[in-house]
Write a protein that binds this ligand. Structure first.
Ligand code: PEP
Ligand code: MN
Length: 337
């Protein structure tokens, strides 16, 4: 449940209510907005005298939250969240552009792509060092060596970096080298991994599971937040449907649904959603138009010879074109690139 304080409630008033709740063994989550102060309550409500709290003059109303996700819930935190990623940020007013290869292949390849995406306007370099491939015989990633190249590319270009983690061991390594962690679609409900990234201080991009409902996805975000990490962004990357013309089906309505249900930023990945490079630009425009806080796009110096996801990877020229052509959409949505 949430407790909405009266507009004229003082810090002492809020503190008094917090003390009552904590005395009953429950936890509180304070959200101070421009208009209202909201106290989220987490724990066993049966231990609490809710009527007594509702009767306090500093309390405007007590509202039950029926959804199982609380910290990720917009009712808990009505203002949209924003958080720093190295020297940039994800959140309102900004359009965060994450771009780079599907997989880190060599130091030279990564550096060349990093410079190109930075020149085009990206602020976060993506690159996989642990690749959860469908076939065990496909390239599995350079692991820690790839992470080191990500760090070098970041040091040289100033770009923030994001890398997928697939295990607790990968989390332990990645925190030493990159600015943001990614939990991939195949691991969205790997609850032990969610708890591990929740224990770190790095922001986390949580991709939507291949067949996950929005509710399951928000509960997965809740796992990360409940482990102590509030800096989570959600990434719509297409879901599995009966359609075979595209690799997945981009669910843009998810962006609208999420904007209604959560304060967490929403990123759209048109590369994995379609698997086809010519569909990336139109869907990137559509994603920005419907309110996405950022895009994740795969870019490669030589897509024909990429070790993974070549068919969906953009050339530098194509990425330049996307960056140029999404500008009016970003402007209309009130976001800076
Ligand atoms: C990726 O970003 O490289 C990736 C594997 O994405 P997804 O988890 O969305 O398939
Ligand atoms: Mn990929």
């Amino acid at each position: 449940m949430i407790i909405v304080m009266q507009q004229n409630a003082t810090k002492d008033d809020v503190q008094k209510i917090v003390a009552k709740i904590e005395h009953a063994g429950l936890k509180t989550h304070l959200s101070v907005g421009e208009e209202v102060t909201i106290l989220g309550v987490i724990g066993d409500k049966s231990k609490l005298d809710i009527d007594a709290i509702a009767a306090e003059t500093s309390v405007q109303k007590v509202v039950p939250i029926t959804e199982s996700y609380k910290l990720a819930n917009k009712k808990f935190h009505p203002e949209p969240s924003r958080f720093a990623v190295k020297n940039t940020f994800i959140g309102p007013d900004n359009l965060a552009i994450m771009a780079g290869p599907c997989a880190v292949e060599t130091e030279e390849q990564l550096m060349c792509i990093a410079k190109a995406v930075k020149k085009a306007g990206a602020t976060i370099l993506r690159g996989g060092a642990y690749k959860p491939r469908t076939s065990p015989y496909s390239f599995q990633g350079l692991e820690e060596e790839g992470l080191k190249y990500m760090k070098t590319a970041s040091d040289e270009t100033g770009l923030a970096t994001i890398c997928e983690v697939t295990s607790a061991h990968a989390v332990e390594s990645a925190v030493k080298y990159v600015s943001m962690l990614q939990v991939g679609a195949r691991n969205m409900q790997n609850f032990e991994l969610l708890k591990e990234v929740g224990k770190t201080k790095l922001p986390v991009l949580l991709k939507r599971g291949l067949s996950a409902t929005i509710d399951e996805w928000l509960n997965a975000a809740e796992y990360i937040m409940a482990s102590g990490n509030p800096n989570v962004a959600l990434c719509e990357r297409g879901i599995r449907t009966y359609e075979t013309s595209t690799r997945n089906t981009l669910d843009l309505s998810a962006v609208c649904v999420l904007k209604e249900r959560t304060h967490l930023p929403v990123i759209v990945d048109p590369s994995h959603a379609t698997g086809v490079r010519s569909y990336v630009e139109p869907l990137a425009k559509a994603a920005v138009a419907c309110g996405a806080d950022g895009l994740m796009i795969e870019v490669h110096n030589d897509p024909a010879h990429a070790l993974s996801d070549g068919p969906q990877s953009l050339t530098f020229e194509q990425f330049d074109s996307v960056m140029e052509h999404i500008k009016p959409y970003a402007e209309l949505s009130g976001r800076r690139i």
